[in-house]
Design a protein around this ligand. Structure first.
Ligand SMILES: C[S@@+](CC[C@H](N)C(=O)[O-])C[C@H]1O[C@@H](n2cnc3c(N)ncnc32)[C@H](O)[C@@H]1O
Length: 383
């Protein structure tokens, strides 16, 4: 590798980028075990070769030992031991990729089922070892492979059941005692974002009697928390009628009557516009949009549109109302996020104050060596 890459590896970075390779041009196959050598000729450990994407090698060890079942079991056991998770919580991330010493491998537990995602085909070499350890440790009813679309390889095409007998219907999981239906085998579409668990827990004691507007609501996890905590009004907005149907189902799973609340299949900015014109006000607006999306009113991009969204949210906030502003877009820096929140609030003429800075929970650790691991920006602000 070149000197730049060597320096990063010495700081604990787990990847060697393809354009930073020097030498090492022997023909290799995806999944080959390679010894990593720095610019000074010294060994920098052992990794797996990937023949696609920007990352050529993912480093699994800094010494020269084997990539075997004992290594995988030790890393997975260490990741599991960092619990405790909160009580009454059966959906959690077991292995968080490079942050758990297993670069490119994610393992999520969804109650009785487990889902494994790989970032590159070269990691398949380790998959049987991961599955064996999952099965031996948790005895799940099913293990899925749910790779995300990565690089130029359609990894979704390789998704499927690796072990056991999955449920035909949604699986029910608990988060802090509330129940949600999830589909562990649907890679991008499971139905619950566990990385927001601590934020939901933080909000919970503040919601009784409040009017809550949950935008970009997905399957309504924030809405369920609000309604279960005794919010006076919960309006749940998502472009997708399918997600709203799942949100209503999540209400029923918790003994909450969806008919007592509103579910709007619409564009969030259009709804905000309508609410403002009608003079509606909310004590909490949740704005956790996707990085990008295509809608009937055009494309949404968090980097371009977040300030405009903050302005529109501010305009429906009651006196002392709260705005939860969040983005999980790794490409959006905390500085730019802060800038857009500030810009949006100035434009609305409402000087927001930061009440709480939310973070990912204990099962989503962030390696200091990998800046993009700290992807979540989540602020609760008061008008
Ligand atoms: C990242 S998820 C939000 C996660 C959600 N806050 C939660 O905690 O589960 C993004 C959601 O925004 C929805 N969406 C995308 N563009 C939208 C738009 N313009 N208006 C309303 N919903 C939109 C998608 O259908 C998706 O469910």
């Amino acid at each position: 590798m070149n000197g730049y890459s060597t320096q990063w590896l010495d700081k604990g970075f787990p990847w060697v980028y393809r354009d930073e390779l020097q030498g090492g041009d022997a023909v290799r196959d995806a999944g080959d075990v390679v010894r990593i050598v720095g610019q000074d000729g010294q060994g920098r450990g052992v990794g797996l070769w990937s023949d696609t994407g920007k990352v050529a090698v993912r480093r699994f060890r800094t010494d020269e030992g084997p990539l075997d079942a004992a290594l995988i079991a030790a890393r997975m056991d260490a990741a599991r031991a960092r619990r405790p998770l909160p009580d009454q919580t059966t959906a959690w991330r077991w292995v968080h990729g490079e942050n758990d010493g297993l670069p490119g491998i994610r393992v999520d537990v969804w109650g009785p089922e487990v889902a494994i995602a790989l970032d590159a085909p070269g990691l398949e070499r380790l998959l049987p070892l991961v599955v064996d350890h999952v099965v031996a440790t948790l005895r799940p009813t099913a293990v899925w492979r749910v790779d995300r679309l990565a690089h130029d390889v359609d990894l979704d095409a390789r998704a499927g059941v690796l072990y056991g007998d999955p449920a035909d219907e949604a699986v029910e999981v608990e988060e802090l005692g509330l129940r949600y239906g999830v589909h562990p085998g649907r890679s991008q579409d499971v139905g619950l974002y566990c990385d927001m668990r601590d934020v939901r827990a933080w909000l919970r004691p503040h919601l009784a009697g409040r009017r809550v507007l949950n935008l970009f609501a997905h399957t309504g996890a924030f809405s369920v928390v609000a309604a279960a905590a005794g919010a006076a009004q919960v309006v749940t907005v998502d472009l997708s009628p399918g997600y709203l149907a799942r949100a209503e189902d999540n209400f029923r799973r918790n003994g909450l009557d969806p008919a007592a609340h509103e579910f709007l299949s619409d564009d969030s900015l259009a709804v905000l516009d309508r609410m403002r014109r009608k003079g509606e006000q909310f004590d909490l607006v949740v704005a956790d949009p996707p990085s990008f999306s295509h809608g009937p009113r055009g494309d949404w991009s968090v980097e371009r549109d977040f300030a405009r969204l903050v302005t529109a949210c501010c305009r429906v906030l009651a006196d002392n109302g709260w705005l939860l502003a969040a983005s999980n877009h790794g490409g959006l820096s905390p500085k730019d996020f802060r800038g857009m929140v500030q810009q949006g609030s100035i434009k609305a003429g409402i000087p927001l104050r930061l009440l709480h800075e939310g973070s990912t929970p204990v099962d989503f650790p962030a390696s200091l060596a990998v800046p993009t691991s700290r992807y979540l920006k989540c602020w609760v602000l008061s008008a």
